[in-house]
Write a protein that binds this ligand. Structure first.
Ligand code: EAX
Length: 336
């Protein structure tokens, strides 16, 4: 009896060990959601990130990319990270002010002189401090990426001056800084999640929208919008976020690989974003759009008041107008 039992219990012991203590090479799957179309720069960067991570972890971490708002809107996805039901996302600042109000600072119109200034501010002290605040709400920033300089498209008329914006029903991202800016230009803004935008344009629920060329082209807005005005009125940063619940389950080696891959994918994404700006205006024209390059000065003047609007200053300061004023002053000095 004894002789028979020994091999059985040894087997059982190994089986228990195998089940109870997963070996260190257990595969980790990170779902990575975005709102934009598969060909958009976010998803190219996400695939690039996934490839680096797979190589450096010898396949131990698999990043699976889900584009086109399949996993929800940008706001839903950030909430998913907080709950731990989603692991990663790359999102515009559209919904981020709901989580860290200071992010609204970067939603101010005509804030940055050029791309160099964007990267200097975002990767520097101001951007780093604001990004670090995300940990307080359960998500971890792996760096500032880029959505791009935003331009206006519409189905009604060519835009050459702010007068042409009068009465245009324009979809904006869900943040009051965007709403106030469009009101200052005389348009009628309607906040809406990105996933609903194509249909809203197609059904003429709105006349207009604004986005970087990379989004306009990959979303095929040229099918439902005739006019494109290169206004560059907002610089739209993006942020790579990971659920802190997920992060805490990774070992330091894995965390290091993700951090490094995030920085490399960011550099790659900024490069393809710049190329998109260079190439896609012609592509939009080719696709039938009429393109204008309005003089920016009257636009800048029309929206200047947004910077001192009490609600904006207070919101940027996280409820503290003094902090808001200081942040606005600091960013203006650094962004020029
Ligand atoms: O983040 O909501 C928007 O217009 C964003 O620019 C887009 O989804 C990319």
């Amino acid at each position: 009896m004894y002789k028979k039992l020994v091999p059985v219990s040894v087997f059982a012991l190994f089986a228990a060990l195998a089940l109870g203590c997963p070996p260190s090479y257990a595969k980790v799957i990170l779902k990575f959601g975005t709102a934009t179309q598969p060909t958009h720069i976010y998803n190219q960067a996400a695939e690039y990130f996934a490839k680096i991570v797979a190589e450096r972890t010898s396949g131990e971490i698999e990043v699976q990319v889900f584009p086109s708002s399949q996993l929800g809107s940008e706001r839903d996805m950030v909430e998913g990270l907080q709950l731990g039901s989603l692991e990663m996302t790359l999102t515009s600042t559209g919904p981020l002010g709901n989580f860290v109000p200071q992010v609204k600072l970067f939603n101010l119109p005509f804030l940055f002189k050029d791309r160099e200034a964007c990267y200097r501010v975002l990767d520097g002290e101001i951007g780093t401090q604001i990004a670090a605040r995300f940990l307080e709400v359960g998500v971890r920033s792996l760096g500032w990426y880029e959505n791009g300089f935003r331009n206006i498209t519409n189905s009604k008329r060519t835009i050459t001056s702010p007068e042409d914006m009068q009465g245009l029903k324009i979809r904006v991202m869900e943040d009051d800084v965007f709403i106030l800016t469009m009101k200052a230009l005389g348009a009628s803004p309607l906040p809406m999640a990105f996933g609903e935008l194509y249909t809203a344009l197609e059904q003429r629920i709105v006349d207009a929208q604004e986005n970087p060329l990379a989004v306009i082209y990959s979303s095929r807005f040229f099918e439902v919008q005739k006019y494109l005005a290169i206004t560059g009125h907002f610089y739209s940063p993006a942020m790579l976020l990971v659920s802190d619940i997920t992060w805490q389950t990774l070992n330091p080696g894995q965390q290091k690989i993700l951090t490094e891959a995030a920085a490399e994918a960011r550099d790659y994404e900024r490069k393809i974003s710049m190329q998109a700006d260079r190439d896609l205006e012609a592509a939009c024209r080719q696709a039938g759009m009429t393109v204008t390059h309005p003089d920016k000065t009257p636009f800048v003047e029309a929206v200047a008041g947004v910077y001192s609007t009490p609600a904006v200053v207070q919101a940027i300061g996280g409820g503290n107008p003094e902090e808001g004023r200081k942040l606005i002053e600091a960013v203006r000095a650094a962004a020029r």
